[in-house]
Design a protein around this ligand. Structure first.
Ligand code: FE2
Ligand code: FE2
Length: 190
């Protein structure tokens, strides 16, 4: 597998871990328990820092851009994915507000929180499925060796804080929670 595709696969694995933790928190709340607000805040901070600033640009500016250059036909799946990236910026803002509302009023906001967390998880799962099953296989067909070399080089300089080998301390509890769910430790499979 190309280095760039390995990097994206690792980042998707990290995001899938986040999604699983979030789903667990939603289920806990639905069953009358309390969500871990600090872990939820770490998730918001991570998503704000990682998909928005590190993961999406990799996809948009390198993989998707190169695919468009190599294809004479329009590629509708890329338009859908781009729209979803923009939608995700809005979703994470709303999710942040929902986490803070839940922190202030856990009983009153429990149902809203659980609904929003589960909707966000479904959105993430669906988005990554579309990339893994449609966009990335198409990239492998369209891109040339030169394209991949340039992309590999650019990706090597752009590090995701959770899938890298040494996540910052503020994400260590989140990383521990992800590993508790049985997902591989970040940095594995280099
Ligand atoms: Fe994406
Ligand atoms: Fe992605």
């Amino acid at each position: 597998m190309r280095l760039a595709m390995k990097v994206l696969a690792r980042e998707h694995l990290a995001l899938r871990g986040i999604a699983r933790v979030l789903k667990m928190e939603a289920l806990i709340v639905e069953r009358g328990g309390h969500a871990d607000v600090e872990v939820l805040r770490a998730i918001v901070e991570y998503i704000d820092e990682f998909p928005d600033k590190i993961h999406h640009p990799k996809e948009e500016d390198f993989i998707f851009a190169a695919m468009r250059r190599r294809s004479v036909e329009p590629i509708p799946v890329l338009d859908r994915l781009l729209k979803e990236h923009h939608h995700e910026y809005e979703l994470i803002r709303r999710f942040h507000d929902q986490v803070e509302a839940y922190a202030k009023d856990p009983a009153g906001e429990a149902a809203n929180f659980a609904f929003m967390a589960k909707s966000y998880v479904a959105f993430l799962d669906n988005h990554m499925r579309m990339e893994n099953h449609e966009a990335f296989p198409l990239a492998q067909k369209l891109l040339t060796e030169d394209d991949w070399e340039a992309i590999d080089k650019a990706f090597a300089e752009n590090i995701d804080p959770l899938s890298g080998e040494a996540p910052p301390d503020r994400f260590s509890e989140l990383q521990r929670r992800i590993m508790d769910l049985g997902l591989p430790p970040f940095g594995a499979g280099h």
